[in-house]
Ligand binder design. Structure first.
Ligand SMILES: N[C@@H](CCC(=O)N[C@@H](CS)C(=O)NCC(=O)O)C(=O)O
Length: 350
């Protein structure tokens, strides 16, 4: 069965800037999907019943394959849903554009110390929900810290980092203003007629901040300071809102229904194989079928997938894990930012 015929389920919550990347993408390409809304803090039993330990948002299931991390999710959607008149591609047509969205921009925005992490420090003190002790304890756990210790994202801690974070974000706005948005009338960063993945990669952190009153100082970092940048961001928001309206809201499914959809499906991809020359495969002596643990290294590292290693390449790690009722799912993570190790605990599933 072609991937296009399988159900897509997005597990997310609406305020997640990472989830917005996927919602924008799906709407711009008019790819139908269902959404299973999740609480903003753990536990997430809807995800657990798939046999998935990952604690971050979003996750995307295509049939019985579950994809972690928006960087891999976007690549997979591009590969599994080839461009057609009904679903136009968002890939860049040029090598420079593909280099930007194929890794350079996503490292700039996502990796430790990148734009997303600085943006977290700019969340205004009074932002609803962010001072809730349960939220702070949850996010401390996500960062591998004691739940009851001083929070690295309390309003006070954020205020301490604010000046440096403002510099990082201002520098990033100035870079776009003076390079990709410089010169001539340009709607999108690559000068294309429609937005591309480059726009999605570059805009998501800024769009999140711009929607939080008080996050950015208007005088020094507003439209007067960066007119082309703000014009581009406003165009992008307008375009994705129009696409969302045109497609209608994605069907909402509860956790049990979502699990039935996922577990009752075929796999979206063939099983894949092990790249025998992969440096990690060689160093760890990994083989297909090994029982392994797999986890992200930047945050949420305490939540480790546990299952059977299915395939590994320079781009991706795939582990088969036990879901409910004796069924399994294949969990895909990008190699960048993830670790896989042989599991010495033989009581783990599969
Ligand atoms: N690199 C990941 C980052 C995802 C991420 O950090 N998501 C945030 C929400 S925006 C998260 O999961 N926060 C903790 C949580 O919701 O449990 C990706 O691209 O998907």
């Amino acid at each position: 069965m072609a991937a296009e015929d399988l159900p897509i389920v997005l597990y997310h919550y609406v305020h997640s800037p990472y989830a917005r990347r996927i919602v924008w993408y799906l709407n711009l390409r008019k790819i139908p999907y269902s959404q299973c809304l999740q609480p903003p803090i753990m536990p997430r039993p809807d995800v657990a019943q798939l046999g998935v330990a990952y604690r971050r948002i979003p996750l995307l299931a295509i049939g019985r394959d579950v994809y972690l991390d928006t960087r891999l999710i976007l690549q997979k959607l591009e590969a599994l849903y080839p461009a057609s008149a009904a679903h136009p591609s968002l890939s860049a047509a040029t090598a420079e554009g593909r280099a930007l969205h194929g890794g350079l921009l996503s490292a700039w925005t996502n990796d430790a110390g990148g734009l997303f992490w600085n943006a977290v420090s700019l969340i205004p003190a009074g932002m609803p929900g962010t001072n809730d002790p349960a939220f702070l304890a949850d996010r401390a756990e996500m960062m591998g810290l004691p739940r009851d210790g001083p929070s690295p994202i309390s309003a006070e801690a954020r205020a301490g980092r604010r000046p440096d974070a403002l510099c990082e974000i201002a520098e990033a706005m100035a870079l776009l203003e003076s390079t990709l948005l410089d010169g001539g009338e340009k709607s999108w960063l690559l000068g294309t007629e429609r937005p591309t993945l480059v726009d999605i990669e570059a805009v998501f952190v800024f769009a999140w901040l711009a929607a939080m009153p008080g996050a950015l100082p208007k005088d020094t970092m507003g439209p007067a300071a960066f007119p082309r940048f703000y014009g581009w961001m406003a165009r992008f928001i307008k375009t994705v809102e129009a696409a969302e309206k045109e497609n209608g809201e994605a069907a909402m499914v509860k956790g049990d229904e979502a699990a039935r959809m996922v577990l009752g499906s075929a796999f979206a991809e063939p099983e894949g194989s092990m790249d025998a020359s992969h440096p990690v495969v060689v160093a760890e002596g990994l083989q297909k079928g090994d029982r392994v643990k797999m986890w992200p290294t930047d945050s949420g590292s305490g939540h480790k997938e546990s299952g059977k290693l299915v395939s590994m390449s320079l781009k991706e790690i795939v582990v088969e894990a036990q879901a409910k009722e004796g069924l399994s799912v294949r969990i895909h993570a990008p190699r960048h930012g993830y670790k896989v190790k042989k599991d010495v605990d033989t009581s783990s599933n599969l």
